[in-house]
Every structure is written in structure tokens, then in C-alpha cells.
Design a protein around this ligand. Structure first.
Ligand code: NAD
Length: 325
């Protein structure tokens, strides 16, 4: 990799990917339409000659100049979140996740880009058997999952164009956590509930299970996906263990040294009972092996949360009303 483009560079996973690429000596163009959510996100990279941040909207701005000269595009920009994708906001999910992906792929085609690594999601599977294999049927249980599947399939269609040098690796990430996690996601809220004593809204009875994946493992898989010999591949990236929300709450409480107060409400539409990744293909093609287990990962996230400025924590605290992804 000489020069790469990362879309969604200000976001949770994108910012970790940018840092890891720059540490490896790769020249990175980091595209996002929003400023970094956390001060530590890409602040440390701002002076680096290897990092060029660009503020563009994938859905409306011209992308040719930023895609040109990048041999690899890591496409992480998206409107994420299962629950918000029902109802009137769906148009924004389609615009960001489908039309934005389409515009990026058109720019890649014009630039003769050789590899796109697409951030897909376990939400494309729906309530299927666990562990899920890449060849399993996809039956998304949420509009968000539908847009991620559409984005994934669009990428693969462009890789099949006979006049396109593009190859695509779509990575199906399973619930990612760690420092800088999106404030709407479960683990940050769990830890915040422990520290503030404000109750966490738990959707369902807590028996829902997730294959929680620490962000540095996701980043390692994503970087490996840029280098493998492939024309079109779909590969699961999971944490390697299935953990229930109740178990996660217990671990968060141990890590924080305080109980996590809970308010239980009914499960929400789109919440699947369990996710679990079959990691055979990731091991074979990416040499992937998750390195951070949930106890260690939650401890690192808690340490990061404790170091955040008080004003930021207080804005999260006022929003502490959702949970369990
Ligand atoms: P995030 O919201 O933190 O990051 C996404 C970034 O994309 C944001 O900084 C946002 O500003 C940017 N963005 C959105 N629309 C844009 C547009 N039109 N133009 C330019 N920038 C735009 O989300 P994340 O959790 O880091 O997720 C990154 C990717 O991984 C997404 O594609 C998501 O669907 C996928 N994913 C995440 C998880 C997870 O557990 N976090 C799981 C599966 C898949």
C-alpha cells in the first residue's frame, strides 16, 4: 500500500484504522464530513506528513480528486445503528449507505482503483444459525442491515465489471467495541451507567448474545484485507466468543468496581437473539486471530472513558437512555 483512502476517518473504527496505517508508514487520505467525535481521535496525527484529512460528503461532493492516486480504498463511512433505521430516517440510511457507496465506487472505477475494503456488518445475516458462515443466507432483521447488504453487494458488482481492475474484500464486522466507541452503543453506556449510577435501559431480558469484537482486532483484519490475493471475498470478523448482555454487564461492573444499574424494557424491533461469527475463512485468508478478550477490552474502554473531559461525559450522561446492541 502506497497511498490509501479511508472513508469515515473521523469515526470510531475509521480513526483507529487511520492511526494504525500511519504507524505502519502508509500515506493516508482521511475522508469524513464530520469533525472527529473525540479529541483524541485523530488529533495526534494532525501534524503528520503521512495524514491528509479531507472534509467531503460522499453523497454530494466530487470524489475524483481524493480517490485519484489511492491504490486502496477502505470504505467505512456509513450511517450506522439498527434502531434508528426504522421509520422516517430510513431515507438518510439509504442515501449514506447505498447512494454514498455507489458514488464512491463510480469514482474508484474512473480512478482505476485496485482494491476496496468494505466495512460490512453481521447485521446482514439476521436471525440465522450461529455461528454464521459467509455462505449462509442473508435475512437482515433491520432496515440498516438491508442497506449494509446493499452496499456490500454493490461493491461486489463493481468488482465483477469486466472493464474494472477493482477487487473487493467485504468484511462483516461483529459488534465492535473499545475506546472511542460510538456513544449510542452498549458498552460505553454500560460503563457510564456504572460510573454515574444512572440506570441503563436494557432492551430484552439480557440473554441476547453477541460476538463482541475489540477494535484493534477489527483494524488488524481490515489492514490484512487490503493485501490478500482476492477478486471478490466476503469475510467475517468477530471476537471469537459469544457473550450475553448479562455476562457483559457483570464484567463491566467488575471492571468499573461498581454495579451497573438497569431498567429493563421490551426487546426492540431489529434486535437479533444472537450473533456469532464462523472465523474459519478469516483465519485462512487473513491470518486472523482475535487477540483481545472481553475482560481486557472492556478494561481498556473503561480506562479511556475515565480519561475523557468532564463536559463530554456529561453530554453522554444526559443521553443515557438506550442500550444493548
Ligand atoms: P461511526 O459513526 O463512528 O463512523 C462512521 C463515520 O462515517 C462518521 O465519522 C461519519 O461522520 C462518517 N460519514 C457518514 N456518512 C458520511 C458521508 N456521507 N460522507 C462522509 N462521511 C460520512 O461508525 P463506526 O462504528 O466506526 O462504523 C464504521 C463502519 O463499520 C460503518 O460502515 C458501519 O456500518 C460498520 N460496522 C460497524 C460496527 C460496529 O459495531 N461499530 C459493526 C458492523 C459494521
Amino acid at each position: 500500500m502506497k497511498r490509501v483512502l479511508v472513508t469515515g476517518a473521523s469515526g470510531f473504527i475509521g480513526s483507529h484504522l487511520v492511526s494504525a496505517l500511519v504507524s505502519d508508514g502508509v500515506q493516508v487520505v482521511g475522508l469524513d464530513y464530520a469533525p472527529p467525535r473525540f479529541e483524541d481521535t485523530v488529533g495526534e496525527l494532525m501534524g503528520s506528513p503521512l495524514f491528509m484529512p479531507v472534509h467531503l460528503d460522499l453523497t454530494s461532493d466530487s470524489l475524483d480528486a481524493v480517490v485519484a492516486g489511492c491504490d486502496t480504498v477502505f470504505h467505512l463511512a456509513a450511517k450506522p445503528g439498527v434502531r434508528g433505521s426504522w421509520g422516517d430516517d430510513f431515507g438518510n440510511y439509504v442515501t449514506a449507505n447505498v447512494l454514498g457507496t455507489h458514488r464512491l465506487l463510480e469514482a474508484c472505477w474512473r480512478a482505476r482503483t485496485s482494491r476496496v475494503v468494505y466495512a460490512s456488518s453481521s447485521s446482514v445475516y439476521g436471525a440465522v444459525r450461529a455461528p454464521s458462515g459467509e455462505d449462509d443466507d442473508c435475512r437482515p432483521m433491520s432496515p440498516y442491515g438491508v442497506t449494509k447488504l446493499a452496499g456490500e453487494q454493490l461493491c461486489l458488482a463493481y468488482a465483477r465489471r469486466h472493464d474494472n481492475p477493482l477487487s473487493v474484500v467485504a468484511l462483516r464486522y461483529f459488534t465492535v467495541y473499545g475506546p472511542r466507541q460510538r456513544p449510542d452503543m452498549a458498552f460505553g453506556r454500560l460503563l457510564l451507567a456504572a460510573y454515574t449510577g444512572l440506570p441503563l435501559t436494557l432492551y430484552g431480558d439480557g440473554t441476547q448474545r453477541r460476538d463482541f469484537t475489540y477494535v484493534s482486532d477489527v483494524v488488524a483484519a481490515t489492514m490484512a484485507a487490503a493485501k490478500i490475493d482476492a477478486q471478490e471475498e466476503i469475510i467475517n470478523v468477530g471476537g471469537g466468543a459469544s457473550v450475553s448482555m448479562i455476562e457483559a454487564i457483570d464484567i463491566a461492573s467488575e471492571v468499573a468496581g461498581r454495579p451497573v444499574p438497569l431498567t429493563a424494557v421490551a426487546a426492540q424491533p431489529g434486535d437479533v437473539p444472537a450473533t456469532r461469527a464462523d472465523l474459519s475463512l478469516a483465519r485462512e485468508l487473513l491470518g486472523y486471530q482475535p487477540a483481545v478478550d472481553i475482560r481486557e477490552g472492556l478494561a481498556r474502554q473503561a480506562e479511556w472513558l475515565r480519561g475523557l473531559p468532564a463536559e463530554l461525559v456529561s453530554t453522554f450522561t444526559t443521553e443515557l437512555s438506550g442500550s444493548a446492541r
